[in-house]
Design a binder for this molecule. Sequence first.
Ligand SMILES: *[C@@H]1O[C@H](CO)[C@@H](O)[C@H](O)[C@H]1NC(C)=O
Ligand SMILES: *[C@@H]1O[C@H](CO)[C@@H](O)[C@H](O)[C@H]1NC(C)=O
Ligand SMILES: *[C@@H]1O[C@H](CO)[C@@H](O)[C@H](O)[C@H]1NC(C)=O
Ligand SMILES: *[C@@H]1O[C@H](CO)[C@@H](O)[C@H](O)[C@H]1NC(C)=O
Ligand SMILES: *[C@@H]1O[C@H](CO)[C@@H](O)[C@H](O)[C@H]1NC(C)=O
Ligand SMILES: *[C@@H]1O[C@H](CO)[C@@H](O)[C@H](O)[C@H]1NC(C)=O
Length: 465
Amino acid sequence: MFMFLNCQQLVALILELLLFGKPLWVVSSSSLCKETSSGIDRPHSVSITEFGAVGDGLTMNTKAFENAIFYLNSFADKGGAQLFIPKGQWLTGSFMLISHLTLHIDKDAQILGSTNSNDWPVIDPLPSYGRGRELPGGRHRSLIYGCNLTDVIITGDNGTIDGQGSVWWNWFRSETLNYTRPHMVELIDSKDVIISNLTFRNSPFWNIHPVYCSQVIVQNVTIIAPLDSPNTDGIDPDSSDDVCIEDCYISTGDDLIAIKSGWDEYGISYAHPSTNIIIHRLVGQTTSSSGIAIGSEMSGGVSQIHVEDVHFFNSNRGFSIKTSRGRGGYVRNVFITGVILSNLKVALKFNGNYGEHPDESYDPDALPSIEKISIQNVTGKNIKVAGHLEGIEGDTFKHICLSDITLDVRSKSPWICSNVEGFSEMVSPDICKPLEPKINPDSKCYQMSNHLRSIRPRNKGTSLQ
Ligand SMILES: *[C@@H]1O[C@H](CO)[C@@H](O)[C@H](O)[C@H]1NC(C)=O
Ligand SMILES: *[C@@H]1O[C@H](CO)[C@@H](O)[C@H](O)[C@H]1NC(C)=O
Ligand SMILES: *[C@@H]1O[C@H](CO)[C@@H](O)[C@H](O)[C@H]1NC(C)=O
Ligand SMILES: *[C@@H]1O[C@H](CO)[C@@H](O)[C@H](O)[C@H]1NC(C)=O
Ligand SMILES: *[C@@H]1O[C@H](CO)[C@@H](O)[C@H](O)[C@H]1NC(C)=O
Ligand SMILES: *[C@@H]1O[C@H](CO)[C@@H](O)[C@H](O)[C@H]1NC(C)=O
């Protein structure tokens, strides 16, 4: 591994070893995602066709998926196994993964979600939500589902998972759903997960939902849904840690990435934060929501969020923090740098009055603590409003640090600020009063921790040889 690193990376790596002495975020080419211990190659592989599946887009294959995965369970303690999905259209209902499994969706292979809601069983709500996100009670299980797993890889040669979500969007619009809509992929209480080299289309609800997970990599994934499809979030790390999202293109009807950690009193008592999340090289579009959002469910706390090199175009908002009285929890230590925006309504948005409570039992005195949010190196063309930064009365959002921001803004009041305080430098157009103080060593601005910064490869031209 070391021989693929240049001198500078090696020095940084050794430094990091000395300083932190824990598992490394190893650089492979210019990736920031940690290599996991699991090998990509499994000693055993079967094709879904060996279990009677028919790839005609019409035959239901749920049983074939279940039987194949049941069979492969016997290889879990022998290095695991691969389930290969060849070219074809493989219609299925929800199915469950197992540990030490690679699901490989080949080029020109499509897994299609059933359009019959009975093929999506109803499961319990998550403890940190207390109910389904859109309706009280249970929720439909995701198309690809896993719970208590370790070492899972969902990958392919840009194969497709298509949720055929339009039936669900219509049930949502006509208010004929009985339970909360299903996600495309949901993994609960799992670790050592890779989702890579795939295309996701038309999810009924959120696309990729790791919840109570750790060590999750989402890499080189394309996620597409119509811009007006309801709540088709791209990737929602939820009460999860050590998540790395890299080289993704997302264009959907809601937040491209939303970092969450549970809802009001349920999230507060479950107390499972999202922490150490890296987002690197994300490109995308959303006309209804944000490129990257934190919240609105953030009651278990959100911290150590590092975003670098993102590009949002023709979108509603760039970066948002959404919260409310009753949420409790915190959002702190967020570092965002290298942002390019074009044709956006609002570049930066804090909403302290988001509302939406799970039930009447939430505690209106549970105030979220929002602090140490650093945003630097942002350029934007054709932006309507630079920042709409609204904290909570009696609960100021603190240590907001903005630097090196140049936005070409049309509005006469480019910054609208209330109940926020912090620092800034080199911001154009001129920043609002509460953020006017110059950044100085005492500003307590959150800085990117070296574990990300130090190992970032420089441009080839400047690296030591
Ligand atoms: C996951 O693990 C928990 C705790 O060990 C257990 O209660 C639950 O039934 C497991 N769920 C599944 C689907 O295996
Ligand atoms: C991304 O996925 C495509 C298709 O699966 C593949 O050809 C390409 O090499 C991948 N890129 C990276 C950086 O993994
Ligand atoms: C994967 O396929 C989608 C279309 O299905 C395409 O837009 C995307 O560029 C492809 N990704 C890669 C990495 O080749
Ligand atoms: C909701 O329940 C009704 C009554 O059981 C059923 O007819 C309908 O198909 C269900 N709707 C969905 C979207 O599952
Ligand atoms: C994605 O595909 C590329 C090209 O086939 C491969 O080199 C890479 O290892 C794959 N990435 C992952 C994380 O599976
Ligand atoms: C600012 O961000 C852009 C876009 O990601 C990047 O190309 C540029 O190198 C960054 N500049 C600095 C000084 O980091």
